[in-house]
Design a protein around this ligand. Structure first.
Ligand SMILES: [Zn+2]
Length: 115
């Protein structure tokens, strides 16, 4: 009888797959912000965003930009059906967001003096 018992095989380190990050990433926030402005988010998500905004000044600035842009978009196209941000506006916001994140990164962890 050479029936081997089930070997566990490779050890699975099941820690790295799903990091339950208590803190929302800037990118996640960015993805949620437009919905946030449209009030499509669940209350839990909103509080997540607000928690992140407390600690992340660049995202606050970004949110302000997003708000302004969204308002402008609505003012510019009052007759059109209510839509999320237009592509142009999205690109502008993305640029503003990336600039914000870059400035934050360079402050927090950018020890390289790159010009
Ligand atoms: Zn942030």
């Amino acid at each position: 009888m050479s029936k081997k018992e089930r070997k566990p095989g490779k050890r699975r380190a099941r820690a790295q797959a799903a990091p339950t990050s208590a803190h929302m990433d800037c990118r996640e926030l960015f993805a949620l912000l437009s919905q946030y402005l449209d009030a499509e988010l669940k209350p839990e998500a909103c509080s997540e965003i607000e928690r992140h905004l407390k600690d992340c000044a660049p995202c606050v600035a970004f949110l302000n930009t997003l708000r302004k842009t969204a308002e402008l978009c609505r003012q510019y196209r009052p007759a059109e059906a209510p839509r999320p941000l237009r592509q142009e506006a999205r690109e502008q916001l993305r640029a503003a967001y990336q600039a914000a994140c870059l400035s934050r990164k360079s402050k927090v962890q950018g020890s390289k003096s790159k010009v």
